[in-house]
Design a protein around this ligand. Structure first.
Ligand code: 5AD
Length: 345
């Protein structure tokens, strides 16, 4: 196994069969230590912090895994107004956040003009901040409009790079092809682009995971978000098993070794599956945390899966807790805007 890890460290890629072996690696001490070594070359012990604002849980899509899917009639729906969102950002700014991630279901209520005016509003009050959008599949013209309004980054997970697998996770109206098209459009428009996938989603195999890694090699994303699949009781996947934290951590380390420059969050799903998930993600090579800045009143409604970690703590408290946690494992939260460092090692 050591040979494979060394090869990945040195060449940043592997043969399919070597990736398959590494995905189930149990000698994780060496894997994680090499991932951490690679990350430290670019980012030292800095951990970037992003303020997540969950703007709406309305969604026109019906993804089989997701708790905010259209057909979930048990869920109380909400959407934040422009003023709500700007207040969240103002509060976050005071606390030292310099990136705001506006994430939501594919909510047709917001017109492109409204999204633009929200983005512009944040950038206008806080020109030293980055705005990241994560609001799903849109036309290239829409993406262009958001970019012109000031959006810097866009997160859109590809979810799985195997088109048959994609069909098993999504309704007929959705396709891997369209998802990939969106990601290429975003790249062409000059966004810093994030993609990623769930670990342990139903029907996933080690072979589909290798396809995920190959797709990311092609895309060369700036940010890569992965987290374990967790079932939601009001979805068709209610009785499916959750993903494995160990496999997720191995994949974080593998991604760090493939993309040393990248921004990889230790995700909420990882923190939700285990009380020590957040720190284990960092120790496997992640370098971003994304605490929730949404108003407390709506947090439980952004219910992608059951057991989603929601501390209920105010943003200030959450940031202090995370700072202490990171310090306890030898890392430090920084309030830098935290752009990707592609060529700095
Ligand atoms: N378990 C884990 N992650 C999920 N997501 C959606 N539903 C679930 C679930 N049940 C992830 C998807 C999406 C991101 C916002 O949350 O990967 O892109």
């Amino acid at each position: 196994m050591k040979n494979i890890i060394d090869k990945l460290y040195n060449t940043k890629t592997l043969d399919d069969s070597e990736f398959v072996e590494l995905i189930d690696c149990t000698d994780t001490d060496y894997l994680f230590s090499q991932a951490v070594k690679q990350r430290k070359k670019y980012y030292g012990t800095d951990v970037y912090i992003r303020g997540l604002i969950e703007i709406s849980n309305y969604c026109k899509n019906n993804c089989l895994y997701c708790g905010i899917r259209r057909d979930n009639i048990s869920l109380t729906r909400y959407r934040l107004s422009k003023d709500d969102i700007l207040s969240c950002a103002d509060e976050g700014y005071e606390l030292g956040f310099r990136t705001f991630v506006l994430q939501g279901g594919e909510d047709l209520h917001y017109s492109d003009d409204e999204i633009c005016s929200i983005v512009y509003g944040i950038k206008n009050s806080h020109p030293d901040c980055a705005v990241t959008l994560s609001i799903g599949e849109k036309s290239k013209d829409s993406y262009r409009a958001y970019k012109n309004a000031g959006a810097d980054r866009y997160l859109l997970r590809h979810e799985t790079a195997d088109s048959e697998h994609y069909k098993k996770l999504h309704p007929k109206s959705m396709s891997l092809e369209v998802r990939k098209e969106c990601l290429w459009d975003l790249k062409e428009l000059g966004y810093q682009v994030g993609s990623g996938f769930m670990v342990g989603s139903p029907y996933q195999t080690k072979e589909t995971l290798v396809k995920d890694l190959r797709f990311l090699e092609e895309l060369q994303p700036d940010m890569i978000g992965i987290g374990p699949f967790l079932p939601h009781c009001d979805t068709p996947f209610a009785n499916e098993s959750k993903g494995s934290i160990e496999r997720c951590l191995n994949l974080i380390a593998i991604l760090r070794l493939m993309f040393p420059y990248s921004l990889i969050p230790s995700t909420t799903a990882l923190a939700s599956i285990s009380p020590t998930g957040r720190e284990r993600g960092i120790l496997a090579g992640a370098n971003v945390v994304m605490p929730n800045l949404s108003p407390n009143s709506v947090r439980s409604l952004y219910s992608l899966y059951n057991g989603k970690l929601s501390t209920g703590s105010e943003a200030a408290e959450a940031k202090n807790e995370l700072s202490k946690l990171m310090q306890s494992i030898g890392y430090k939260i920084v309030t830098d805007i935290g752009n990707v460092k592609r060529n700095e090692a």
